[in-house]
Ligand binder design. Sequence first.
Ligand code: CTP
Ligand code: MG
Length: 228
Amino acid sequence: MKYNVVIPAAGMGKRMGIGTNKLRISLQDKPIIAYTLNVFENDPWCSSIVLVVNEQDRDFMEELVRSYKFMKVKAIVKGGRERQESVYEGLKRIKEECIVLVHDGARPFVRIEHIQKLVQVTSEKSAAILAVPVKDTIKRAKDGIVQETFDRSELWSIQTPQAFKLSLLKEAYEKAEMDGFTGTDDASLVERIGHHVEIVEGDYNNIKITTKEDLYFAEAIIKGINEK
Ligand code: CTP
Ligand code: MG
């Protein structure tokens, strides 16, 4: 089974607070974005990668793709101010109907077996996302007062990749743009045009590196992988 992937990597990493894109940070001498690209380079099901970057990082990213010999990177595209704009720019580069994945550059530890499971489900259902069961109890609060406690057994922490039939995702993005809607993930745009989205269970190592503490978790995950 084949797919193409859009990797948004054009953020500023503000919550990391280092003044440059967090994806340039090295873990054991390798930049975070190189771990992410490596997973897809090594997945035989992946046909091509569209990497979305901001202009400040373009030289760095081009050099990285060259030096690590990421042959599947077919385009390095300029991103936008929001993640949603960046993904949309990436999607515009894929023309032929296919299964398209969207995967955060900031999630370097996704496993090929989970990607492939996701793609299999998408080939039948057109939309599927990777997720893990929520470990904490989640409550909704307003002005510091609890309003509601959710039934944890129904809650999922949503990750990427998120996978879709290309035409469906493009339709969802076009509608969102028309309505001025911004979602926090790709699937929410598809949900709002009335299409079902399947959940595929992944694993807890597929973290999004967001704040400084996540770098400790990332080092521990790499150590765990190397010891296997
Ligand atoms: N991203 C992007 N374009 C943007 C914003 C984010 O391509 N305008 C990418 C990031 O590079 C990252 C992914 O989307 O790979 C998830 O975003 P997030 O973790 O929020 O990264 P940043 O936006 O860089 O971090 P922050 O929100 O702390 O500034
Ligand atoms: Mg962000």
